[in-house]
Design a binder for this molecule. Structure first.
Ligand SMILES: Cc1ncc(COP(=O)(O)O)c(C=O)c1O
Length: 542
């Protein structure tokens, strides 16, 4: 791929280019890089330690009924959802579309003269701070950058000539193929760098720059320069980011119901999960502000360890709710992150499944401070089984994750990376985005089919919003206070299966009147039959 061409790429996703203001920050010195010998852990005063207790304790399993994590029931939170007695836009007019079609614009609040001085040491755990680069991994990476004339007796890598796999041809449609010849296959079967193979990494970095135009792209490393690393699915990235940031007792923010994989990764870490109310447009900034007002400006000035460390959110086509955050809300939330000095974890596997253009500007695109960690996934668009995703964020933090990868998975499968990299080099950004257009078209048609089936069978029995992205319809069953029994005990007999909403609550034993229906795999005929069966089931239960 040649020089990044930001305007061209942004135009492709339907966004008008702006002349991005580039303020040069003066960040505090950060953490040692993964590829450099690690320095001693930060002074104890800078490290996070479990505090005496949160100001607003809402432990993972201990939230009280009626607590903040019942967003849909908060007065004034959401306009009436679709369903009986309510009007809704047709399937081609997602209700949230109007507010999501804004082109990139500077934040509504006065633009900051200069970014915040980020002290990354403040956010990381003692364990993460103590990670050092593995000397063997460093040698491997050095060797891979050396000319072929180098005679290395250093590596502990096996000889690939003894491996049975010699070459591969993977058909990719339209009569084309990804070819992995003998030499490339030897690389594909070999150990590789923990951050990712160089050609894929550089493709991804260019892509992120072109797509999101992050302010941090040209910062110095210590200032929070945008860094990318390949992960074994976005789940690996998320899990390692959580482990890098969370000490027991830490306060963190998220908008539940949320992805059960995130909750499962968070719960054992012993953090206090504070639920931020949301509606079909995502987190409600006013509600977030109210929660944050618990902490004073003194707390912020003194870097109180009670301050929430990060906000986690799924900004597009949220799993399970299908909610998507509007641009205006993102801007407001980013300003609150600046005011209360917390990080934002933008888990965005459904970014490429947005049904309307322009695609929503990301938190990464607004990140003047270097406080956004973004997880991307190839799972919904190239393959979920190949297990590949990528992390983007400030270098001092991404480097910590890479140190963790060095001693756990070592790296994402080199074979997988070579296959993906060959495909992306062949397609280029244009070809990749054309593929995305085809994927989106498929999911839009699927969503529409599900909405038609829902209208036909569930109109008087349930409520829902048409999702603007993703693969899920979040359905509230009227008159059923908990769908757990309905689904787990009775639905199978009727030969229909959905996920009971409780699975996505912070406290999974808390009742939920919702179910999650996925429109990814079923045909329109199957959706129709499934909702007919669900309707029968509900009628019997009432
Ligand atoms: C919100 C969310 N985050 C992360 C993941 C994990 O995806 P991956 O396959 O990239 O690990 C999923 C998977 O469904 C998801 O829905």
């Amino acid at each position: 791929m040649g020089e990044p061409c930001v305007p061209r790429l942004l135009h492709r996703i339907g966004v008008q280019t702006r002349s991005a203001e580039r303020n040069r920050p003066a960040f505090t010195a950060a953490l040692p890089a993964a590829t450099a010998p690690a320095a001693a852990p930060p002074p104890r005063s800078q490290l996070r330690r479990p505090g005496p207790g949160p100001r607003r304790p809402r432990s993972a399993e201990g939230a009280a009924p009626g607590d903040a994590h019942r967003p849909a029931r908060r007065p004034g939170a959401a306009p009436a959802p679709v369903g009986a007695g309510t009007e809704r836009a047709g399937p081609h007019m997602p209700s949230s579309a109007g507010s999501r079609r804004c082109p990139l614009r500077p934040p509504p609040l006065p633009a900051p003269r200069r970014p915040a001085d980020m002290n990354y040491s403040r956010f990381i755990t003692t364990v993460s701070a103590a990670r050092k680069a593995s000397p063997i991994r460093l040698l491997t990476e050095l060797m891979q950058k050396s000319p072929p004339s180098l005679i290395s007796l250093a590596g502990g890598a096996p000889n690939p000539n003894v491996f049975p796999f010699k070459r591969a041809t993977v058909a990719i449609g339209h009569g084309t193929a990804v070819e992995i010849g003998e030499d490339l296959m030897k690389r594909a079967l070999q150990y590789s760098a923990s951050a990712g193979i160089p050609e894929l990494l550089s493709w991804l970095k260019d892509f992120q720059r072109n797509l999101h135009n992050p302010p941090t792209a040209n910062y110095s490393p210590e200032q929070g320069q945008m860094e990318v690393c390949v992960t074994t699915g976005s789940q690996e990235g998320l899990c390692k980011v959580f482990e890098m940031l969370i000490n027991p007792g830490d306060n963190i923010l998220l908008d539940a119901p949320t992805y059960s994989g995130t909750l499962a990764a968070l719960r054992p870490l012993g953090c206090n999960i504070i639920n931020v109310p949301s509606d079909q447009h995502g987190i409600i900034p006013k509600a977030l502000k109210e929660i944050l007002s618990t902490w004073s400006s003194e707390d912020v000035k003194n870097h109180s360890h009670h301050l929430p460390k990060f906000l986690y959110t799924i900004p597009n086509g949220c799993n399970p709710t299908g909610n998507s955050l509007t641009t205006e809300r993102k801007k407001e939330i980013y300003q609150l992150a600046r005011k209360y000095d917390f990080l934002i974890i933008e888990d965005d596997p459904y970014y490429f499944l947005q049904f309307e253009k322009p695609w929503a500007p990301t938190f990464l695109s607004m990140d003047v401070d270097g406080r956004v960690i973004r997880t991307d996934s190839f799972s919904k668009i190239l393959s979920s089984g190949l297990r590949i995703g990528f992390l983007t964020g400030p270098k001092p933090l991404i480097d910590r994750v890479i140190l963790h990868i060095q001693v756990s998975t070592m790296h994402t499968s080199t074979f997988t990376q070579i296959m993906i990299s060959q495909l992306l080099q062949q397609w280029g950004e244009k070809g990749f985005l054309e593929h995305i257009d085809r994927v989106v078209e498929f999911y839009r048609t699927q969503r529409d089919a599900m909405l038609i089936a829902a209208d036909k069978w569930l109109k008087d029995l349930a409520e829902w919003y048409p999702p603007a992205a993703g693969m899920f319809l979040w359905i509230k069953i009227k008159g059923v206070s908990d769908t757990q029994q309905l689904i787990m005990e009775k639905a199978l007999q009727k030969e229909v299966l959905l996920v009971p909403g409780g699975a996505f609550n912070i406290d999974s034993s808390e009742p939920s009147s919702y179910v999650r229906a996925s429109f990814s795999l079923s045909s329109p005929g199957q959706m129709d039959l499934a909702f007919k069966r669900l309707a029968d089931l509900i009628k019997e239960a009432l």
